[in-house]
Design a protein around this ligand. Sequence first.
Ligand SMILES: O=C(O)COP(=O)(O)O
Ligand SMILES: [Mg+2]
Length: 243
Amino acid sequence: MSAPRLPGVEACIIDLDGTMLDTAGDFHVAVNTMLAELAQRHDLDCAPLSREQIISFVGKGSENLMRRVLDVSVPPAAANSLFAEALALYNRHYIAVNGQHVTMYPEVREGLEALKAAGLRLACVTNKPHDFTVPLLEKTGLAHFFELVYCGDTFPYRKPDPYPMLQVATVFNIAPERFVAIGDSENDAKAARAAGMRVLTVPYGYNHGQAIQSVDSDGIVSSLLEAAQWIGAAPVQQVGSVA
Ligand SMILES: O=C(O)COP(=O)(O)O
Ligand SMILES: [Mg+2]
């Protein structure tokens, strides 16, 4: 096998929404069901939001998502007073729908299997709340790949803060420079960089509606399997090579 493009990696931190799972369908249903109920309760006129608009708000946790949704859906004077109720309704609707409108991105399982087989330690760090994350990882058969799962509400600080990334390094007892974080958004990249970790991004996720090329990273990979190849955990397919 030729030399890996990212040598010396011993552990990976992998993002969930937009990196392993396309959860846009769940967000879309949960947000619009919440908006319909809120509108009915308060006699408001809230049009459903498009899937694209909702996913442009995803990535910085549920509270941020709710603020952005209310900002574009209810009169400014009502946004603050309705926040707690909207968040509670959203949580209820999300938990009810969790995993029903989700697909796994190509080569996720193959990538995780290759990383595991090469002896890398794996953690999932997501800004999704714990009560959404754990059942979703179980339902999609991904839970067993991860020694650690840190969620948006595990600590007082979440990505782009480096805190959860550094916690993984402490628990694994591996230096941050031996990690690569793989994610779909600037949150992942900023958290990893601030923690002194390397970072690979995928181009197919959400990244707040922005091009992934604008995010500082060590490379853009088309899948987790390609990430495993960069790390030296999977053979690189030679185009035109003779077996
Ligand atoms: O729920 C979110 O805000 C996004 O979560 P992620 O960190 O897994 O992309
Ligand atoms: Mg993400």
